[in-house]
Design a protein. Structure first.
Length: 496
């Protein structure tokens, strides 16, 4: 513990964001470049090095948080990088994208603002790259065994890197034209610039992992043929089947799923398109869904120049303090949080119909109405109580030229034929069934990530990738492995 009184003398200070008006005019990350490093040593010094660090349990990766906090206070970036990478393959991803359940589990958070664990993690990762502490780590020798990983999101990438470093010959199959899955085409550039992703992919190529893009397993290559070609197969295709909104008027033009909208904006940033065919420029946008995907749509619409943009959340506005009766420490509480996108919409007054930022809380969509050309023009909603029952007298309508549905995902896509060709069993909720060792009932086939767990956080995706790699390595080596397995297939986040 570098500073025994740090948590008493140093207030919490987060990585500052650029002014809303400035960052909404570009697609760069929202934070002030270079502003984190000068403050992060003191922030790491707020860590109390608890006897029982609950931040470990709150993080599915088991990140060694007190250890690398202490090393950061001493400016020992090499050792901090080693401790961080010992449990996390991609800390620059989680340091930017994870909602930080570790901070909710910080012991200091019982009665004070938590340690800025996520910012410290990001600073270590960035310094590791800046100072050359993250070189490729190819295996000393090859095992002679081969593995196919289907899907290149965080689960697939983590599994592939672990297995490659263990000496197996690994090929990653991706149906899109670039590697990264949702990290590439689902996460907006302003949340994570794709240079961070490219850097890791280059590292993995140098270690020996091969990548095969524009290849849909089940369509471009038969799933059975792939299974016969490799000693093991890891299915990490994600949960890409989106939930629908069954209300009158859903068939009108101008109503799209979030994952139809977001990839096009990312392709503009990649240089593939000059302008998105679903651009929000000059349009009245309504986003149905109050989660992170909805916030990503919000920030994207603001940058595209929407005439107005409103986000509907069916839940009531949460409070700003933890409810100890229903969500006691160290669980992750539902609080009123202001993302960068909501901050932009509030300060730029992009959502005149909203309550405080861009959101209408406790709002349920009733129907859509359109014009003579069958294009959506209005969304009709009603206020609801805690049981989602309509409240009399609260019906209203919003102008809507573009409606984006961000209602979450239910399970893996079956249209490509992968699941049916392999004859994989499914759980009642539509995810791939697996045993305690991540194995499906098809010999040599393993399933991990959102495809088997269901939609979850990036930190759980990476943890599953590391754990399934250990299971595959054990299968290939005949019963033993030295790879870590931070989670089991039935583990879940802490709840009350």
């Amino acid at each position: 513990m570098a500073d025994p009184k740090g948590f008493l003398t140093t207030p919490r200070e987060e990585w500052p964001r650029r002014p809303a008006g400035e960052r909404a005019r570009d697609w760069n990350e929202v934070y002030v470049p270079g502003a984190l490093l000068p403050v992060i040593g003191a922030q790491a010094g707020r860590c109390m090095d608890c006897g029982i660090p609950f931040c470990h349990d709150a993080c599915p990766l088991g990140n060694l948080i007190p250890e690398w906090n202490d090393l950061v206070t001493r400016s020992d970036w090499r050792a901090a990088s080693e401790r961080l990478h010992a449990t996390n393959n991609f800390p620059e991803f989680t340091g930017r994208l994870c909602p930080a359940p570790c901070e909710a589990g910080c012991v200091l958070a019982i009665n004070q603002p938590a340690v800025t664990i996520k910012n410290v993690e990001c600073a270590i990762a960035d310094e590791a790259w800046e100072q050359g502490f993250a070189p490729p780590r190819p295996p000393d020798r090859l095992s002679g065994r081969t593995v196919a990983v289907i899907g290149s999101g965080p689960t697939g990438l983590a599994a592939a890197q672990q297995l490659t470093r263990a000496g197996h010959t690994v090929a990653v199959y991706e149906r899109d034209d670039r590697i990264g899955g949702l990290l590439r085409y689902g996460i907006p550039e302003f949340k994570m610039e794709k240079r961070h992703l490219e850097r890791r992919i280059d590292q993995m190529r140098a270690e020996g992992t091969t990548f095969r893009t524009s290849t849909t397993v089940g369509r471009d290559v038969a799933a059975g043929e792939l299974r016969a070609r490799y000693d093991a197969v890891v299915i990490a295709t994600g949960a890409t089947t989106w939930r629908e909104l069954a209300v009158p008027g859903r068939e009108l033009a101008g109503i799209h799923q979030a994952m139809e909208y977001l990839p096009l904006a990312n392709r503009v940033c990649e240089g593939d398109l000059e302008r998105s065919p679903l651009s929000a420029a000059g349009r009245h946008v309504v986003i149905v869904g109050g989660g992170d995907t909805g916030a990503d749509c919000l920030g994207t619409a603001v940058r595209e120049g929407a005439a107005s943009v409103t986000q509907l959340d069916i839940y009531a506005r949460p409070g700003s303090e933890r409810d100890e009766a229903t969500e006691p420490w160290p669980t992750y509480p539902r609080l009123y949080r202001l993302s960068a996108a909501h901050e932009e919409a509030r300060e730029l007054r992009s959502a005149p119909a909203a309550d405080a930022d861009a959101r209408l809380f406790a709002a349920n969509t009733l129907r859509f109405t359109g014009d003579a050309e069958r294009h959506v023009r209005s969304l009709h909603l009603v206020g609801v109580d805690a049981g989602r029952r309509p409240l009399p007298g609260t019906e209203r309508s919003l102008p809507a030229d573009l409606v984006l549905l961000a209602l979450g995902f239910s399970g893996p896509d079956r249209d490509d034929g992968l699941i049916d060709q392999l004859g994989l069993a499914l759980e009642p909720r539509g995810t791939i069934a697996r045993d305690p060792g991540f194995a499906t009932h098809v010999p040599g086939c393993f399933a991990a990530g959102d495809a088997a767990r269901g939609p979850s956080l990036v930190v759980w995706a990476i943890a599953e990738g590391r754990a399934v790699a250990a299971a595959v390595d054990r299968h290939l080596s005949g019963g033993s492995t030295r790879l870590p397995a931070p989670v089991g297939p039935y583990d879940r986040p802490m709840t009350a």
